[in-house]
Design a protein around this ligand. Structure first.
Ligand SMILES: [Fe+2]
Length: 276
């Protein structure tokens, strides 16, 4: 695992305005994505290492140009950080917090799903007692956030946050509602693929990792500069959950499987700054 900056959630767009950020067309963005990807493929063909992480400076993702790190990371003493970092235990996390559909008086609108997987280290060993947090938009693509004012309904029965601790085998499971795509201001008519944000705390606070899970077959993948900021197609594919009929339950919920690998060449892409 690598140390990551704290990443806040998306602040999706209001309806498209005439701001400069919205002046680019999807074709502009798609062409810019392909330019970077072509350079990456040429580099790999020439013997450069494959990439597992997003490009910090990825021009099609407009705000990455303004806020990516420009200086070397600070090296810190992990033991010192542990003196003032938060700690979590089984008494702090109620098992019911993993069900995002039971937090209000009624059932939320949308497609009930179960997302299940394991948190593994680079050797395939389970990562136990790990705090896993998720946050997401509702089934209409709306977040409960004052800056998300796009015209999709808020669901009074869905907040969109949950958490759990991994089991002895590294397993986690959430019951939730399938989120919808939502618009954002990167360019004109920009829409994010449906996704669930994941945060994981390792055994040390300095191991925190933040990433996103996507759903198979989303038609917006090719258009999304955040997803495409990961230049390697194999690394992108690792962010997509698998529909798993063994997780699906009779007359209740459809199921998805998604494992998270924290270290090594198969590691899951991690966010390094404020991502949507
Ligand atoms: Fe988001």
């Amino acid at each position: 695992m690598t140390t990551q900056q704290h990443a806040r959630d998306a602040i999706p767009a209001q309806p498209v305005t005439n701001s400069d950020a919205a002046a680019d067309t999807q074709d502009d963005i798609t062409a810019a994505i392909e330019t970077v990807h072509a350079q990456y493929r040429a580099g790999v063909a020439a013997g450069h290492a494959e990439e597992n992480s997003p490009r910090l400076d990825f021009p099609p993702y407009r705000s990455s140009l303004l806020r990516h790190p420009t200086k070397d990371l600070h090296h810190t003493d992990p033991e010192t950080i542990e003196l003032w970092s938060p700690a979590f235990g089984h008494r702090d996390v109620d098992p019911l917090e993993s069900d995002l559909t039971i937090q209000h008086s009624g059932a939320p609108i949308g497609e009930r799903i179960v997302v299940r997987g394991r948190v593994l280290d680079g050797l395939g060993h389970p990562v136990r007692d790990q705090l896993v947090e998720v946050w997401q938009a509702n089934s209409a693509g709306r977040y409960i956030h004052k800056k998300d004012q796009h015209p999709a309904p808020i669901d009074p029965n869905f907040t969109g946050v949950g958490r759990c601790l991994t089991g002895a085998d590294g397993s986690y499971e959430f019951t939730t509602i399938k989120p919808a795509p939502y618009p954002w201001k990167n360019h004109h008519n920009a829409w994010r693929p449906a996704h669930i944000h994941f945060s994981l705390f390792g055994t040390d606070f300095t191991q925190r990792m933040i990433t996103q899970m996507y759903f198979p077959g989303d038609p917006l993948f090719a258009l999304d500069p955040i997803y495409q900021s990961i230049t390697d197609p194999k690394a992108r594919a690792r962010l997509v959950a698998t529909y798993d009929h063994s997780v699906t339950s009779h007359e209740w919920a459809t199921g998805y499987s998604w494992d998270i690998v924290l270290t090594g060449s198969n590691r899951t892409w991690t966010e390094t700054e404020e991502d949507h």
